[in-house]
Each structure stands twice: as structure tokens, then as C-alpha cells.
Design a protein around this ligand. Structure first.
Ligand code: 4AD
Ligand code: MG
Length: 477
């Protein structure tokens, strides 16, 4: 007899077929109704047991969490809530789950509790739905770039450079921390280390992606990145996945067009392909928000919000315009911001970004032409000498979801910048080579994948949209 995924059983198998199904018990009611789920869909298959036909000892092992193989006949369901069910002929218990100790019982568990059970939480409807949507989004990312002539490049995870210049890196070393070799000056001698130099986990694949864009034209990376920022927020992870396209001959406007089109496309993909999971997540969010005061609730339900983003243009605003808006807005004048905005040049905090998106424009916003001082070294300097061709995309409920720029392609300007910032030019010799040999206008951006999943699923904490979150003081599992 053939075994079927539950997704297929519920939609695609003729009535009266003899079937086999494997899965985990969600609930077992009245010693008669097993709700079985195998992860292929949010929906369970109901398996109806004639308990008089089965050994009591066997039935005792059927509890929430147990893994079963069930054989029987697919029939039209007598009850409400499902079209088909299985009349059970045979049950094999792969493994039972003791109700006294199995933590995922059929009741409401808090997300915080489930974070501590991250190895089991995917067996809840919420996490299974989130992870299916995450997987679909990841597929959509690759599909989008493939359909648009991009090549996928695997940039290194161990690197000697700090692309963002923020110094928030995890060191990679095989030296004995108790007894490292030292130089004559008394510093750790990294010449003796595995790579013969200081190395770290990458904070971004951009610099290497640029080298490939200058030969393959359109490339993207999609891999893990690591930041040792001590930010304990609901938007930061120490290990997160970033999507970074890089395109030769694109200027900043083309870069913004690409980012907007890309985001809309992947959102449309899940609207078309993850309907049941998104509907479940929408209900979950509505439930969660019932306990919140009215003003903290979302203005739109999840699906409406996703459609809104996919159907409307993002608002493009220069940093200078944004500062004017912020300087004169009510919360700033009434000193409601933690960081007040007094002058041009200030770095925007997430409270400011969220004000612009959620209160002022009420749609996704692309801010561009930021002060050079607050952005990374590689961004192209504008004619004004003060601003760079940077762009950040800000999303409702999320804040910054994309950071990108047109890159400085002029060797002399880039060298001067590197020198003023005190970066070691020798470390970047290969990056400077790109500006010596066939340099050209080029642009790219980085999208934090978990922030996209956060937005797409309506979850509130980034730790709940990655299987095993890494955050300060936490690397369990
Ligand atoms: O703005 P960032 O730092 O930009 C870069 O790394 C560029 N090199 C990208 C490029 O141009 N190729 O990071 C890009 C995005 C942010 O907008 C945010 O979505 C996400 O990465 N991000 C994080 N996501 C989760 N946890 C963190 N600690 C993050 N830091 C950045
Ligand atoms: Mg950024």
C-alpha cells in the first residue's frame, strides 16, 4: 500500500482508496479520533479508530506527540471540519510520547516557553506555518533572481575584511586562548594562526559579490552572516541570513527599482502558494492582538498588509526631506522620541524610521542620499560632497529591512575615503583592483531574510522566525 503525504490525502486521493500515512498525533479524542499531522500542510487528517478492535496497551501509547503509521480506507467524513477521514485498519507506533514529560501539549503555549523548546516547537501549528512560509520565501528568492538573469554566488563565510566597518565581528581562530603566541610588542601573533592573519565570520558578502558582478554582471549571494552586536532586540540576531544582489552598470535608481520589484515578487509568491498557512497566521495575530490596547493593534490584517505592500509603490524620500519631517513632527517637538532629532546629520533610530513608515507615510519608504558620515566606506559620494548614494527600505512594524547603495567606483575617491577612515588599504587591495581594471557604476543591497519572514508571517520577534536563534547569551541547540 502506498503512503501519502497528508496534503495529498486531503486534496488528491480518490475515496475508498486503501492508504498508509505517517505522522505525529496532535490530539486523540474519546479513544476514537486521532488528528494526525505530518508537516506537509497545516491541516490534520482525522483517523477514526474502532477501539474495540485494538489492544488497550496499543491505544494507551497514542498520545499527543507520538509518531504513528496508520493504514486504512480513505472515506468521506461523517463529521464536520473535514471532507475525508481514514477508517483505521492498522496502527503501528513508531514512538510514543509520555504526556507527563512531553512539553508540547494541546493547549496554548507562550512563544517564550517554546523558544526554550526550540527543538520541538516546529510541532506546533504556529512554528510549522512560519517555517513553511520561510521555506517558500527562500525558494521565491532563488526563483526571482534566476528568472531575471542573476547568477548565485557563494561568497566566503570566513573572511579577513570587515565590510561594514562596524567592528562587530566574531573572531575565527585556532590559537590556544590560554597560551597564544605573542609578538615582540606583546600582542597576539596572528601570523601563527590558522590563516596566518586575523580572520572573522563575515558580516556581509557584499565586497566579494562586487568582484563577481564585475565579471558576471548580475549576481546575488544568499547565506548566513554574523554580527557580534550586543543588541537584545526583537529585530536583531547574531546569526542571520542575508540576500545580497549586486549589479554592474546599475545606478541607485535602478537599485531601488530592483529592490522594490524583488520584494513585491517574493510576497506575491507566498500569497499565491502559502494561502492556508498565511490565513492561519493571520488568525493567530488577530488573537494575539486582542489582548493589546486598540492603538497597538495592526491597522491591517496580515493578508491585507501583504497585498498592500505588493500592490502599492514604495515612497521614495531623501534623507534631507525625512529629517525635515522628523524635526517638525509632533513626537519630536513634544520630546516623545528617546533620541530627539535636532539637526541634519543625525543617524535615524528605529523609532524615527517607524514614525515615518507607520505614522507619516503609512506605506513602505525608501530613504536615499544619506550623510556620508553615518554610512559605510564603499558608498558613492554625491556631487555635494556630503551625502552618499545610499538607500534603506523601511517597513511597517519592522523598520529597516533593506540597506543598499551605489558603490564608489572611482579609485581616487575610494582611496581617499579609506584613508580618512583609517582603514588598512593593504587589506582591501583586491577591492581596489576592481576600480583599477574596468571599473564601472554598480549597485546592490542587502535584505535581512529574517526581517522579511517576520513581516510576511506577522510574528513579533525575530527569534521566532529562524529555527535556532543565536542572540547574546544564547546559542543552545
Ligand atoms: O544595512 P546592512 O548592514 O547592509 C549591509 O550589510 C550591506 N553590505 C548590504 C549590501 O549592500 N550588500 O544590512 C542589510 C540588512 C539590514 O537592512 C537588515 O534587514 C539586516 O540586513 N540586518 C539584520 N538582520 C537581523 N539581525 C541583525 N543583527 C541584522 N543586521 C542587519
Ligand atoms: Mg543598514
Amino acid at each position: 500500500m502506498k503512503s501519502y503525504p497528508i496534503k495529498e490525502l486531503l486534496s488528491n486521493v480518490p475515496i475508498l482508496h486503501e492508504v498508509v500515512v505517517n505522522g505525529w498525533v496532535k490530539t486523540f479524542r474519546s479513544n476514537r479520533f486521532i488528528a494526525l499531522n505530518d508537516g506537509s500542510t497545516i491541516n490534520n487528517i482525522q483517523c477514526v479508530v474502532d477501539f474495540e478492535q485494538f489492544d488497550e496497551e496499543l491505544l494507551k501509547q497514542i498520545a499527543t506527540g507520538a509518531a504513528l503509521k496508520i493504514s486504512g480506507t480513505l472515506v468521506e467524513s461523517q463529521g464536520k471540519g473535514q471532507n475525508v477521514e481514514i477508517q483505521v485498519k492498522d496502527i503501528f507506533v513508531h514512538g510514543s510520547a509520555d504526556p507527563e514529560t512531553y512539553p508540547i501539549q494541546p493547549k496554548k503555549h507562550s512563544l517564550e516557553f517554546l523558544r526554550e523548546k526550540a527543538h520541538l516547537r516546529v510541532r506546533t501549528n504556529t512554528f510549522a506555518a512560519v517555517m513553511r512560509v520561510r521555506s517558500a520565501l527562500s525558494f521565491a528568492v532563488h526563483q526571482y533572481f534566476r528568472d531575471n538573469g542573476f547568477y548565485y554566488v557563494h561568497t566566503p563565510i570566513i573572511t579577513g575584511s570587515d565590510a561594514e566597518g562596524a567592528g562587530e565581528m566574531f573572531r575565527v581562530s585556532t590559537l590556544d586562548p590560554k597560551n597564544p603566541p605573542v609578538t615582540e610588542e606583546g600582542n597576539v601573533d596572528y601570523k601563527e594562526d590558522f590563516f596566518g592573519k586575523e580572520t572573522n565570520l563575515t558580516v556581509s558578502g557584499q565586497l566579494e559579490a562586487e568582484t563577481y558582478a564585475m565579471g558576471l554582471g548580475k549576481v546575488y549571494t544568499f547565506g548566513p552572516t554574523f554580527r557580534a552586536e550586543n543588541s537584545n532586540t526583537s529585530r536583531h540576531l547574531a546569526e542571520f541570513w542575508m540576500i545580497e544582489p549586486e549589479v554592474a552598470f546599475n545606478d541607485l535608481d535602478a537599485n531601488m527599482d530592483l529592490a522594490e520589484d524583488f520584494i513585491k515578487n517574493v510576497i506575491n509568491y507566498i500569497l499565491d502558494n502559502c494561502k492556508e498557512d498565511l490565513e492561519f497566521l493571520e488568525k493567530r495575530l488577530l488573537d494575539e492582538e486582542k489582548s493589546k490596547p486598540q492603538i497597538e493593534r495592526s491597522e491591517m490584517a496580515l493578508l491585507e498588509k501583504l497585498r498592500f505592500v505588493s500592490e502599492n509603490n514604495f515612497k521614495r524620500v531623501s534623507y534631507t526631506e525625512a529629517i525635515d519631517i522628523l524635526r517638525n513632527c509632533k513626537p519630536n517637538k513634544k520630546k516623545k522620541f528617546k533620541y530627539s532629532i535636532d539637526e541634519w546629520g543625525a543617524d535615524l533610530q528605529s523609532e524615527h524610521e517607524r514614525f515615518l513608515v507607520e505614522k507619516h507615510f503609512k506605506c513602505p519608504v525608501i530613504l536615499f542620499d544619506y550623510p556620508a558620515k553615518i554610512k559605510a566606506f564603499y558608498m558613492r559620494l554625491n556631487e555635494d560632497g556630503n551625502t552618499v548614494r545610499a538607500m534603506d527600505i523601511l517597513f511597517p512594524g519592522i523598520g529597516e529591512i533593506v540597506g543598499g547603495s551605489q558603490r564608489e567606483e572611482r579609485l581616487d575617491v575610494l582611496k581617499e575615503k579609506i584613508e580618512t577612515l583609517g582603514i588598512d588599504e593593504k587589506e582591501l587591495w583586491w577591492y581596489l583592483d576592481l576600480r583599477k581594471f574596468g571599473t564601472a557604476v554598480h549597485s546592490g543591497f542587502g535584505l535581512g531574510f529574517e526581517r522579511l519572514v517576520l513581516f510576511a508571517t506577522g510574528m513579533g520577534n525575530i527569534r521566532d522566525v529562524i529555527p535556532f536563534p543565536r542572540t547574546p547569551q544564547n546559542a543552545e541547540f
